[in-house]
Design a protein. Structure first.
Length: 134
């Protein structure tokens, strides 16, 4: 948990820190999911929308908390996983949308702002471990 929000998974390595959210909505219709105007949209006909405002707020809270512990600014990449859906329009404002087949893409989603040194990875591992055990 991060405040009132929840981060499903955190992936950490020298390419960066990724906050992962899984939206487990069963595929229907044309099975297409996309990022549009701050929401995940299921279906090309403007079907069900899943707003990302709260999710992004949770990622921002996690970022602030880890920055305070690390003592420097940090880029946390947001990854949304939609199992079973075909993904189009997959990147928007520091958010990557993937399905179960593309989840490994996040490791290749490189941004120099997000790169971490080995010492920073070690410090973040410690901070995250302390946070989980608290």
């Amino acid at each position: 948990p991060v405040g009132d929000d929840r981060i499903d998974h955190v992936v950490l390595g020298t390419n960066g820190l990724y906050a992962v959210h899984v939206i487990d909505t069963p595929p229907t219709g044309d099975r297409t999911a996309s990022l549009q105007a701050g929401s995940v949209v299921f279906g090309t006909d403007g079907g069900e929308r899943h707003a990302l405002k709260d999710w992004r707020g949770g990622v921002a809270s996690l970022t602030r908390e880890l920055e305070a512990g690390l003592g420097r600014s940090l880029t946390v990449r947001s990854v949304i996983v939609v199992p079973g859906w075909e993904v189009s329009a997959a990147e928007e404002r520091d958010t990557l949308l993937v399905n179960q087949s593309g989840v490994t893409m996040m490791a290749g989603w490189r941004d120099q702002r997000a790169f971490l040194l080995d010492d920073e990875v070690t410090d973040l591992e410690r901070l995250l471990a302390e946070r989980v055990s608290a």
